[in-house]
Design a protein around this ligand. Sequence first.
Ligand code: BGC
Length: 376
Amino acid sequence: MKKILAFMLSLAMVLSLAACSSGTGTETTAAPETTAAAEETTAAAEETTAAAEETTAAAGETEATGDVDTSAAQGMTVGVCIYKFDDNFMTLYRQELQSYLESEYGANVTIVDGKGDQAEQTNQVQNFITQGVDVLILNLVQASSTEVVANMCKEAGIPAVFINREPDEAEIQRWTDEGIAATYVGADARQSGTFQGEIILETENKGDFNGDGVVSYAMIMGDPENIDAQYRTEYSIKALEDGGMKVEKLFEQRGDWDQTKGQELAANALTQYGDKLEVIFCNNDAMANGAKVAIEAAGRVVGEDIYLVGVDALDETVGYVAEGTVTGTVLNDHVGQSHTAADVAAQMVSGQPVETKYTVDYVKVTQDTASEMAAE
Ligand code: BGC
């Protein structure tokens, strides 16, 4: 599975062309050295170089994080706040973040569990400020609390790297306007939603098993506190419509990124709508893994009478995609994102200028790609 990830990361880098910033701009896409592909596989090296060239060319004046002197960040102390430890994707993310910070920067890293409670997390931020950490990496419980937390960090003179839960544009703009040392590192969730819709469009019947010209679907949503949930819900369906399909929403409920809830909701949708239900969209793989169990329990067969898609490319789900029991998923590149977050944190600690937003590309995973990679 390591190989699969490395292959996907190299793909992600190849696809990661559009750096839309200049030295004075506010956004960039996937800093060249954020990929782990080059470290993990030689096969990826060629594509990585190509991608790096393209990114650098497109980025104009934007400094590649790899070219910046971050020696002052060696041994830095980093406080990391995660919205809750009990989340499959954020668990992979924080483990990768910690090991990269330690190996690349000899950092002293403390990671705390917000337990889904913003008040508790705000206290944890305050504790890190009191301890005088060099930089904070923040996966907020509520993106709407970004302003308060960014102001706390500014007062304390501690740079802040927000991750995973994207603040609104006005808040990001405020950092530039008010000279706040803050940045956001994530991915554009619209892209992941679009890829989910495209995966369905690429199937033989484009999601229309009963041939009535309409894709009848259920949407199992993540926690709407993360804009990823809203964008994936909207853009997966938009892609179907843009591809010429009519759609009918039979069911839409929030499963809060949770596998058990995903299973329960999918079971409810299947009981309520039976054969009429043709596609189950899940905003993430944990919920898709749950939905897979419910589909099998209902005697339905993915690929034969129903489709199921998720996002994240958890190892388990990529395995299901390879065997055909989940139709597809989308790689949410926790390696690229965590490395970028760490590199940008190091730049800020070193007093280097940074952009206010960095995004890492998603990658579509279908049975062909998943099996091909599994065979490597
Ligand atoms: C991931 C989810 C995760 C959520 C946490 C999303 O980007 O796809 O799996 O639960 O972030 O905020």
